[in-house]
Ligand binder design. Sequence first.
Ligand SMILES: Cc1ncc(COP(=O)(O)O)c(C=O)c1O
Length: 374
Amino acid sequence: MTTEKSAGVPYLDLVAQMRPLRKEIDAAIARTLDNCSFCLGPDVAQFEKDFAKFCAAGHCVAFNSGTSALHVGLLLLNIGPCDEVITTPSTFVATSWAISYTGAKPVYVDIEDATFNLDPAKVESAITPKTKAIMPVHLYGHPANLEPLLDLCRKHNLHLVEDAAQAHGATYKGKVIGTFGALSGFSFYPGKNLGAYGEGGALVTNNAAFATRARSLREHGSAQRYYHDEIGFNYRMEGIQGAVLGVKLKHLQNWTDSRRRVAHRYQELLADTPLQLPHEAAYAESAWHLFVVRHPRRDELKKHLEANQVGCALHYPLPLHLQKAYAHLGYKAGDFPVAEKAARECLSLPIYPELTDAQIERVSEVIKGFFKKA
Ligand SMILES: Cc1ncc(COP(=O)(O)O)c(C=O)c1O
């Protein structure tokens, strides 16, 4: 987790969010300890109901991570060895892990320059008889362009799986993401828009049978203790994480509104710089998980920000098709030029609900100083 603290503007400040909630969090954790409900339990069950409602979904099944939720999600669709899943190379590696864990093969397609998301116009040519699903990522909180992807799914009889790990509460054409396809996976890793105090994730779906089987798969493939219907996993959410997430969920909409405020202020202040600023498509309301700017001199700008105590980060410096772990897939540099260029130019600025106007102004001033000096 990146929590680069500095005297200037930290990249992320989880303490600022925790401070006003501390009493409520302590009480929720104490309740879990008193109940001894360490694995799943009543707080997790309540959180599942509340998060399903937040996503306007029929069901939410809590997991110990977003990666496990996506892994089980693909198993529910009977995806396995010999199958292919089309996805983006510009994402955190866990999107691809979920595919690889099933034995299926990730097939990458290049992204759109403006949104960093899977480019629907390039997907159809990657579909083969082995393709079972398309898995877009709502990267940095900005929804992927879902309608053309859903059209392709209908045309080729494929499943759509949303990797919603970074996009809690984002909307596509006015509807909250998470139930556009068969199912979706969310992450509650601490730095996410809704972060646990440890690991956590959730599978969200409108399909009751999927939810029932997901509950079994996360708990050793059993619906009844010590009776195992299929090979399962220990993917349960901890009780304490359910309690923490229950407290934090009540604030999520306000936090998203604040992230929006930060993003819009950056957009105003940085409008006359040579940076390529993040674009919100007409169909989207981003959850603004990250604010990623672009510039060919990204590395120098990063050094300049750090020298001025402004935290920043790279999401992501190397696209997945060029990662050593995926060398066996046989991709090479140049295969996905848009994703590769984005990786060379991207720079994530501080964005979190507690960021003050003065901090936003300071970050912008330091950036302007870089271009003046140049
Ligand atoms: C796009 C994306 N997919 C999947 C994951 C996996 O989530 P987790 O870290 O909870 O396993 C993450 C989280 O980092 C992510 O950013």
